[in-house]
Design a protein around this ligand. Structure first.
Ligand SMILES: C[S@@+](CC[C@H](N)C(=O)[O-])C[C@H]1O[C@@H](n2cnc3c(N)ncnc32)[C@H](O)[C@@H]1O
Length: 413
């Protein structure tokens, strides 16, 4: 595909995403299936264009000359099947603006030649400078979120990082190697990595990130893809060899594997999640990592009541700290969904607390930067847990080097 054809494809994907309720990954995958002529390089390039535009959707629309759409997004975003005017679709102006924000001249790609999008019309010249845009447009956030001050004291610089691509971090798997050994193994496949921030096991990939999943180091379980702050949360758990540990919301097991490495193969590590699909990914990952993790279903959880030294509650959340990696979540989040998440978070802390042995610790974590999901959730939960104390808490923003995260350590009396 020519560069212009890739832009045209990105516009089509963005319009389809905006008009429906499907996640960006699914829409991209569907586009790939329907356009088999597109090779892997094309698919990656289209995905990059789409993700760059969605991360900074409002500012891109603004820079694309559509301040009206920028002001209305995300509520007024969906063109919807019955929309009479295709010019209200966001894909084209968002791509024009996104290229401009990167300092590129969209006219060079919007040529109308081959499969490139039609040339720019007079009204598509750059609009007012972004500095003139409302704050929520400049920061690429939904209005309601800013108006309710839900991001608390998070500095603007941190919010700005959510508008850019996030770095790729790996965790050196101490069950098999050390960071130096992992760096050397990655180099054999032409992947360059250096020690990363926030955790002694963290590696930052500086070249060849796209080859990691096919590398020998990955196949042999020397490294796992894991954000730097996510690794720091696992470090804060301080899981020790011989302990009885439960990862209550294990998902695909990212933190379970980090806990397993800290436990050095001694003790009992159990992983649970309501999503069997996510949990199913843990088995092959653990095998590759040489980790021993026991997957437990909901019925079996009761058997551990009062019997865990450590329970990690890596709770479902808005994901606001990771919106650079998962930007569509930012536009799909609603006030009602946030309230449902908060209720689930409180219930999971209470459930985790029942499973703790006396003197045990519960680590509550989110990849959110919203106080409502973090300190406030913890304070509300503690009020219902006599005998529990808050031992420590930490909050990370993207300015610390990784995703935005929060973790609190609660001690059972
Ligand atoms: C932030 S993700 C976990 C990420 C995972 N720990 C990791 O490091 O990759 C939150 C997880 O909580 C799970 N979840 C939601 N409600 C739950 C519940 N009531 N009990 C257990 N898990 C739940 C979701 O399925 C999701 O996988």
């Amino acid at each position: 595909m020519t560069p212009g054809a890739r832009v045209a494809a990105a516009i089509a994907v963005l319009d389809r995403w905006a008009a429906g309720t499907e996640g960006l990954d699914r829409v991209l995958a569907a586009w790939g299936r329907e356009n088999r002529y597109a090779g892997s390089g094309d698919r990656r390039a289209v995905a990059d264009l789409v993700y760059d535009a969605v991360r900074r959707l409002r500012s891109a629309l603004w820079a694309g000359g559509r301040s009206d759409l920028a002001r209305g997004a995300p509520a007024g975003l969906a063109a919807g099947p019955g929309t009479p005017d295709p010019s209200d679709r966001p894909g084209r102006p968002a791509l024009i603006g996104s290229l401009r924000l990167d300092g590129e001249d969209p006219a060079a790609l919007f040529t109308g030649a081959g499969h490139a999008p039609p040339p720019l019309a007079a009204g598509e010249a750059g609009g007012a400078p972004l500095d003139d845009a409302p704050q929520a447009v400049r920061l690429d956030l939904p209005d309601w979120l800013l108006a309710a001050e839900l991001l608390g004291e998070v500095p603007e610089g941190a919010l700005d990082r959510l508008r850019r691509r996030a770095p790729v971090f790996l965790r050196a798997n101490r069950l098999k190697t050390d960071p130096e050994g992992a760096i050397a193994a990655l180099a054999e496949d032409g992947i360059l990595a250096v020690p990363g921030p926030l955790s002694p096991t963290c590696l930052a990939v500086t070249e060849g990130a796209r080859r990691v999943a096919r590398s020998g180091a990955f196949r042999d379980g020397l490294v796992e893809v894991q954000d730097a702050a996510s690794q720091a949360v696992a470090d804060l758990c301080a899981a020790r060899p011989g302990e009885r540990v439960l990862d209550l919301c294990a998902g695909a097991g990212g933190k379970s594997l980090a806990l397993a490495a800290a436990m050095a193969g001694r003790g009992r590590l159990r992983a649970h999640d309501v999503s069997a699909t996510r949990l199913a990914q843990l088995g092959p990952r653990a095998l590759r990592a040489g980790a021993s993790v026991e997957v437990v279903g909901s019925e079996a959880l009761a058997d551990f009541t009062g019997g865990c030294d450590l329970v990690l509650v890596d709770a479902p959340c808005s994901g606001s700290g990771a919106w650079a990696r998962n930007p569509d979540a930012k536009w799909r989040l609603t006030r009602a969904a946030l309230e449902r998440l908060r209720a689930a978070q409180g219930a999971l802390i209470a459930r985790g607390a029942e499973l703790l042995a006396p003197g045990g610790r519960l680590v509550y974590a989110t990849c959110s930067m919203m106080p409502a999901e973090n300190d406030r959730t913890v304070a509300a939960a503690l009020a219902g847990l006599p005998g529990f104390t808050l031992e420590s808490r930490r909050a990370w923003t993207p300015l610390d080097g990784g995703d935005g995260f929060f973790a609190a350590v609660l001690r059972a009396g």
